[in-house]
Design a protein around this ligand. Structure first.
Ligand SMILES: Nc1nc2c(ncn2[C@@H]2O[C@H](COP(=O)(O)OP(=O)(O)OP(=O)(O)O)[C@@H](O)[C@H]2O)c(=O)[nH]1
Ligand SMILES: [Mg+2]
Length: 430
């Protein structure tokens, strides 16, 4: 896919970026906002940070600052102003009155990028759901913007019409979308059940956006997933099969990237897609170690996992992009510890350095997480025995008169599945 460029109108939008920070000299969040803006095809002309602990409830920045920004708008002939946090309807209204240009926020920008990157029906519906919810909760503030002609950030995705300012219509649309999302959730659940019955372990590749998740999936499985230097290139999870050196197959799933201040409506709307993470056996956490904010990114990833109730899983952290580091930083990166991860490796998904070790590490974690069990199957359950052979290390099989007695190391995750067959368990492999 080509990098997203504005095709719906032939203008480049120029924005003034506004943020608040406890430390006004360094506001890397605004650099990230600039990267998001770039991904959306617009340009940052100037960045303004005000030192504040909390946003001003009326105007986000103080009203004096807002008037300063107004002169900057004239100076740079800016199309609009974008604030680095989600604004309340009142903040949008008041700032628009002062600045007399379009005022948007980080949430609407992220929603806009998601809208233009969603390719599958499921992805599109989920993004629209988040957008409609945002519109519904910001109707008072967005009144002017919604009827504005000309489009631009915040108006892509579901067709922008005057009717969308009608609360009831938005609510009706939300209820239609909820129905579709519930149906898609059912399909996902039944697919997941099928996969669980086949007993192939699932490894979810997670991490901050642009960390190299898709590049890694491509490297390990030859998946051919779009990997680009842009934020949120991947919205729809791709799952590929991958064979470990022991011969065991695993499923690897690429996922949507996380970002600081990821809008809650988006997390909610994408919950069924993100459930893939919740039901994975192992999380492969990809970190761009060449990014000066790598550690803050890891923190954001774990906070998002918490929100998804997916925090308590074996994690293998990959310090990726080591090819971009000089020898000294390479050495230093070996000391970066991810305290939440049981295993940490340095890799380059791009050059392939360390990629083989990743598969070996997955194998090790899968083995660690196995339990020795004795099981009994009736002769009518030979299908289950067949499935067991594919995902367990069988120690012995005894075809007795009334049943088949099997001793095996099975993944801990499958204890529940074979609940009725297990006679005794307990002895760990390692
Ligand atoms: N130098 C270098 N670049 C890498 C490496 N891994 C990924 N990249 C680059 O980083 C950019 C982002 O890679 P992706 O694989 O799309 O990242 P992602 O985590 O899937 O990103 P999203 O889907 O947008 O969340 C691309 O330009 C890749 O070529 C690496 O090991 N070294
Ligand atoms: Mg990706």
């Amino acid at each position: 896919m080509e990098k997203f460029t504005r095709t719906d109108e032939n203008i480049t939008e120029n924005y003034i970026l506004v943020g608040i920070s406890a430390d006004a000299d360094e506001n890397r969040s605004l650099d990230e906002l600039e990267a998001l803006l770039d991904t959306a095809g617009a340009k940052a002309v100037c960045k303004v940070t005000q030192r504040l602990d909390y946003p001003d409830p009326a105007t986000y920045v103080g009203s004096g600052k807002a008037h300063e920004i107004k002169s900057l708008v004239y100076l740079h002939d800016a199309t609009g102003v974008i604030c680095d946090d989600e604004l309340s309807p009142a903040q949008i209204r008041n700032l628009t009155d002062i600045l007399e240009v379009k005022v948007i926020d980080r949430t609407i920008l992220i929603l806009d990028i998601f809208a233009s990157h969603a390719t599958t029906n499921e992805g599109k519906i989920q993004v629209e759901m988040a957008q409609q919810k945002y519109r519904l909760s910001h109707l008072h503030g967005l009144g002017k913007e919604l009827s504005r002609q000309g489009g631009g950030i915040g108006t892509r995705g579901p067709g922008e019409t005057k009717l969308e300012s009608d609360r009831r219509r938005i609510q009706k649309r939300i209820s239609i979308l909820s129905g579709s999302i519930a149906r898609m959730k059912k399909v996902r659940e039944s697919n997941r059940k099928k996969r669980q019955n086949e007993g192939i372990p699932v490894v979810a590749v997670i991490g901050y956006t642009n960390a190299g998740k898709s590049t890694l999936l491509n490297r390990l499985t030859g998946a051919g997933v779009l990997a680009e230097d842009m934020l949120f290139a991947t919205l729809d999870p791709t799952t590929r099969i991958c064979r470990l050196s022991s011969g065991q197959n695993i499923l690897m799933t690429d996922t949507v990237g996380f970002i600081n201040k990821l809008p809650h409506n988006l997390i909610d709307a994408f919950r069924s897609t993100l459930e893939e993470v919740r039901y994975a056996d192992i999380l492969l956490h990809v970190v761009d170690v060449s990014d000066p904010d790598a550690e803050a990114h890891m923190k954001t990833v774990y906070e998002t996992l918490d929100e998804l109730n997916a925090a308590n899983k074996p994690v293998i952290t990959l310090l990726n992009k080591i090819d971009k580091l000089n020898d000294n930083s390479r050495e230093a990166s070996r000391f970066i510890k991810d305290i939440k991860a049981g295993h940490t490796l340095c890799v380059s998904a791009f050059t392939g350095e360390g990629a083989i070790d990743v598969l070996d590490e997955i194998e090790k974690v899968l083995r660690e997480d196995r339990i020795f069990v004795q099981m009994s199957f009736s002769y009518s359950q030979t299908g289950d025995v067949e499935a067991l052979r594919r995902n367990a290390n069988i120690v012995s099989e005894d075809y007795r008169e009334s049943d088949i007695l099997i001793e095996a190391y099975i993944p801990r995750a499958y204890l529940g599945k074979y609940d009725k067959n297990i006679i005794s368990d307990g002895k760990n492999l390692l």
